[in-house]
Design a protein around this ligand. Structure first.
Ligand code: HEC
Length: 90
């Protein structure tokens, strides 16, 4: 009985932490639409979400990219990177 109670308590905690950690490709689709004026869905084909995230951050930090990349909120970078990784893997 005690074990079951512990399992029931820890389950939602696990689900919550999983959701908070995982970048959300579905949410990223919406935010990536502003990138698709110039980029293709598979512009970052073959790259991992982590790689793409790093490239987006580098592009924001540099002066070369169109300033529109700064319209992307900091907290949305991981989602957009996950979406491009997902699209590029098709
Ligand atoms: C106005 C057109 C335009 C928009 C909008 C745009 N980009 Fe770009 N992006 C470019 C061009 C052109 C390049 C290639 C030249 C350069 O690196 O600046 C580029 C390059 C990049 C690179 C670097 C690629 C590399 O090989 O290092 C990343 C990452 C990137 N864009 C991400 C994004 C993301 C994410 C968005 C949406 C938030 C976005 N871009 C929106 C035009 C655009």
């Amino acid at each position: 009985m005690k074990k079951i109670a512990i399992a029931l308590i820890s389950l939602p905690l696990f689900a919550l932490s999983g959701a908070a950690l995982a970048a959300d490709a579905a949410a990223g689709a919406d935010k990536a639409s502003m990138c698709l004026d110039c980029h293709m869905n598979d512009d970052f084909k073959g790259l991992s979400a982590e790689d793409i995230e790093g490239m987006i951050k580098a592009a924001r930090a540099g002066d070369d990219h169109d300033p529109s990349i700064n319209d992307l909120a900091e907290e949305d970078i991981a989602d957009v990177a996950a979406w491009f990784a997902h699209e590029g893997a098709k």
